[in-house]
Design a protein around this ligand. Sequence first.
Ligand code: ZN
Length: 359
Amino acid sequence: MEITYPFAKVFTDSTNKLNIFFFHDAGHSTFQQIGDIGTGIVDFCELDFSATMEKIKALETVKVTNANLEDMKKIYWEAVDLLKEKHSYAHFFLNGDLLRNFYNCDRPEDEKAGYANFIFQYYINLQAVYAEALEFCLSNEVLSEYTLPERYVMFCNLHPDFTHHILRSMYSVAPMERGKFDAERIIQFNDPNDVDIKSVLQDIHRDSEHSVSMWQYFAIQSLEEMLYLEFMEMVKRGIRIKRCGLCDRYFVLADKRKRDYCDRIFGNGRTCKQLGAKKRFHENVEADIYLQEFQRIYNRMYSRFYRMDAWDSECQTNKLTETEFKAWTSMASKARQEYKQGMICGENMVRMISDDKNI
Ligand SMILES: [Zn+2]
């Protein structure tokens, strides 16, 4: 399929950053190094879409006419713009999908609003799939009896669609230095005609007389492709995730250092890490018997829902239904969050998650 603007060229290298050229249109591009790998997808899964979806839901009941379509488009753009500055790349790709919808000459005008609604719902579904993929494959807190490759294969058995993704890959001359993308040698220009190609190539190839510094990149046009690429890079590199000891949201473990808290702002302009350092002084997170008990019960429920089916889809166990499991995990996560933030005591949290009829 042909690539159309806006799209991104993503170069991976031996560092834990993604080197991305965002092509907004034929004459306008920006370069960004995004790291650490995994942060984009984890942040997307933790992104709050509620304000955006409220605007979209209000449009679903509106009857589309030629007279009101332009006004509706404005609301779709506003809904996307609510995500601006909240995420490293989600806004860029959502914006691209809306542009391709509204400027698609082959799609009748009266179908464009319906398709826009579909796009937004699609992102909500993507969020659920990738949140599940992250926990199943890369969180240390569940399925710890399995290795990472086992977990990945089990996840693919559960979600066969997931293995059908195809990414478009191309080659380009790029400034590479010992396996790393050399961002300092990238030239920024306003007009392509201003670029002296000969001297650019001489600069890129300054330390190579014969070979061409040719590097593979991915041409990424949709949010789904971008999430898939980043997720696969995490799996390939074994990058794990962990729940923050304070806000309870997932964060990326970028290196081997032991970390319990994330870098998000929690309150009064201070991050979980800053506030957590104080908390840690008074109590030892790992020795917390209530969180240990929580994890034991959570793992039991998690295994009951996934384990057998993941290896063999024919094998039916006396297990929880998806609805039961989802309802239980959402109740349990809420209880854990309240406990971590000191709103309920540990005994209460354990009682809440054990009292359920499914246990
Ligand atoms: Zn946090």
